[in-house]
Write a protein that binds this ligand. Sequence first.
Ligand SMILES: [Zn+2]
Length: 506
Amino acid sequence: QTALEASRMRTTPKVMREKYFSAGSQFVECGDLHRAAMCFQNAHDFLFAAIAFEKIGKLEEASGQYVRAQEANDASRCLEEIGMFGRAVRVLVDFEFFDRAIDCLHRYEIKVQKLKQEGRAVPAVLIENKPSNVHSEANLCYRSANFYYSRGNMDKAIEAIQRLKNTDDQVLFLQEKGFYEKAAEILRKEGKIEQAAQLLLRCGETDKALECAKHGPHKPMVAFIHLCLSRRYESDEHNLEKVKFHAERALMVYTELEDYNGQAQAKLLLGKHTKNEKQIKAACRDFRNVKPPNEAGELECYIVHATIMKGLKTLKDYYQIVRNIALGLRILDVLSNPNIEYSDRHQLYLSFYGLELDLVRDQVTWYPHQYPLCNHIMETKEMKGKHFVSLDRVTAVGALERLYLSQIKIWAQMAKVWLEEYTLSHLLCIRYQEGQLCSADCRYMHRPYESTQERNAALDSLVCSVYLDYSMQTGMEKLDKNKHKKSDSDESSWNAVEKLLDFVLP
Ligand SMILES: [Zn+2]
């Protein structure tokens, strides 16, 4: 009766809903739950409607009402009871109850498996209502983990991702979100010691990485971590004893492994910090002898050597400087040449600075903790403290170019000034040769050569000057060409060739 009244009151929805509600209550009292449910539904009291539907076993209808009442768990429970697992999972997913959705998925799998084991046919309702592939367990684990992660609940996020069956996927997710230590822990449990150590290394837990790598036959990794530790103390704390200790350890293992590139790096570190010229030269030799030769390493040796030597004195020293310039320019030529045939050497040079080249994306990746060697070259404010940096190749190469060019410039100026002075004082004055009187401020030599050696020294210095000019000029031209820019070098400032010709053919 009340329901009838309610249905007639179309004008005021609020009053109508109240009427429906009291009608529903009356139906409950007389035990007609189906009608009661309909009334509650019209009264927008979805929870009561759901309960009423459930009581009379209309579970699908009950589920719909539970959803409208925002009771996802009850809605899902009803659907599951009548075998509609697909929808049961979806309701939970829609309400972001991912963990419960996974549980529901498991119950479906267990149920089907049990039937199969017992040799019974799987009912059509279960087959038709199989949870969608979109709601695979892996997918739900990811969504669950991301859900917690985006809300800042890291413990729950880690817990959720660990429900994934595939540990590689777990590690990938953890790594992506920066949970390096957790990822390393999983890898370690899986026996993937080397990968675990690498991860720890990359997130700056270098000591833990070493401890981890020592568990097992991972000598290259152990040696590499010692190198990293040595470099870290070099750049962070200037703790000389530790720099030396770890470099020595690295050298020991690399020697055992007959890894010359590794040995060279360790020797360079040792030589640099003990100011041991012999050690640096040995490093240089090793870099040159590896296949293919590591020219970037070689150049670094020369740079270190030039800084620890107390002043350059002889023509031989300056010959070396000019050779360094030529080497630097050769490396720059390769680096600035985008030609694909140079990509192997790009990779080699960049890897000396810990930069991994990805040819497909034309990007380089750098792990500052693992490879602090190029902090001063690469690091910008945004990179500070990061475990992982991605740069496009042009930026990375540009930074190396600036480094090399500034060094080359210093060397070239130094050599030019010295060679000019040296050449001047070793060349005979033309006026003097012709028997004329010369002014007092003339800086050429006013006496005959006393030996062939003395004459040869003059010749050598001229040749060295030519070598310098030639290297600079061709090197710069190549760089310009690589960059499709016009040459702007001042040719008149490189006139040693003329001087040499004057000397040989007076
Ligand atoms: Zn003179």
